[in-house]
Ligand binder design. Structure first.
Ligand code: ATP
Ligand code: MG
Length: 307
């Protein structure tokens, strides 16, 4: 079966600034694929090209079996993109907005109203169903935006930072919705700043930096690149005093404790497994001011990841 998304050598510049520099990636059908990158890495640019809103300068981008340059209408008919706020009518209430979107998407009037009620419930907006959108908070608007992109189940759903600005509860609701869509066969391509989100949701994660993918794999594969566990010594208040990479064996732990002793350090000891944060910071150090430099003094050199 053809992949859902196939990108080869995608280049996109704004003026002299090359944002995407020969991007290659493949997203399989039914997969949840997360694109991670620091601010300004080009995540939104990649999404706008893949959703036909912006033309690539070079390279081939095939989405749902159609080339975004040659056949943008065929691509558009098979995808949905969040950030539909332009489509939200401030003067209408939430239910009317979703129902109207359903009609525009080809659903009948009755089905559109039913779908509106389902989605309002799913996104925690039932109580606000009959309130004008003009009175909504930022988080409520965000949820309404998301609800609109779920009106018709697309082949591929693009979500640019779907849970930014949402509280923990709403974030979990969105995650559940994304997971259930994916298990019903929709391919999901999302960008996120939250490593936890990629960790929870994504089948595979790509880290975008310098206009290219610098790492790709499952969350576990990426974590494995950041080495093993770390023995941490913290003050009672939680501040990190020292950290020693370890192989997790009794002998390894003893070495770490000896090092704390040798330095006369006191505190609370714990063992920390690598997280996606470690991977992310290691990989994106060039563009992250609080990247590896901030951590260098707590890591011994041989724990550094081979790039
Ligand atoms: N229309 C445009 N004209 C000029 N420069 C642009 C344009 N769109 C994006 N850029 C630049 O391209 C770079 C990548 O931007 P983009 O919005 O794709 O990053 P991002 O990874 O989505 O960042 P964020 O995490 O902040 O959302 C930035 O330096 C941005 O200033
Ligand atoms: Mg962005």
């Amino acid at each position: 079966m053809d992949p859902a998304i196939q990108v080869t050598g995608l280049t996109k510049s704004f003026g002299t600034h090359t944002v995407l520099d020969g991007l290659d990636l493949t997203v399989e059908r039914g997969e949840i694929f997360a694109l991670l990158g620091p601010n300004g890495a080009g995540k939104t640019t990649a999404i706008t090209v893949l959703t036909t809103l912006v033309r690539p300068d070079a390279g081939q981008v095939v989405v749902a079996g159609h080339d975004v340059r040659r056949d943008p209408d065929a691509v558009k008919a098979r995808i949905a993109l969040t950030g539909q706020s332009a489509a939200v009518d401030e003067a209408l209430n939430a239910r009317e907005n979703i129902a109207m979107f359903g009609r525009l998407s080809g659903l009948g009037a009755r089905r559109s109203r039913e779908r509106a009620d389902e989605l309002l419930a799913r996104f925690g907006l039932s109580d606000a169903a009959r309130r004008r959108v003009a009175t909504f908070s930022g988080g409520m608007r965000r949820r309404l935006d998301l609800a609109l992109s779920f009106v018709v189940q697309p082949q591929i759903l693009f979500l640019d930072e779907p849970t930014t600005g949402l509280d923990t509860r709403s974030r979990r609701d969105v995650w559940d919705t994304i997971t259930s869509l994916a298990s019903a066969g929709t391919t999901v391509f999302l960008t996120t700043q939250y490593l936890e989100e990629a960790d929870q949701l994504a089948d595979r994660i790509a880290v975008l930096d310098g206009g290219r993918i610098v790492a790709l794999g499952t969350a576990d594969e990426l974590k494995a690149r950041s080495g093993g566990e770390t023995v941490e010594l913290r003050a009672q208040a939680g501040d990190l005093i020292d950290a020693v990479p370890t192989d997790g064996t009794v002998a390894g732990l003893r070495l770490a404790l000896d090092r704390f002793d040798a330095r006369g350090l006191e505190g609370v000891v714990s063992l920390r497994r690598p997280t996606l944060d470690d991977v992310f910071l290691d990989l994106t150090e060039r563009t992250s001011p609080v990247g590896r430099d901030a951590r260098r003094d707590v890591l011994v050199p041989d724990a550094e990841v081979a790039r």
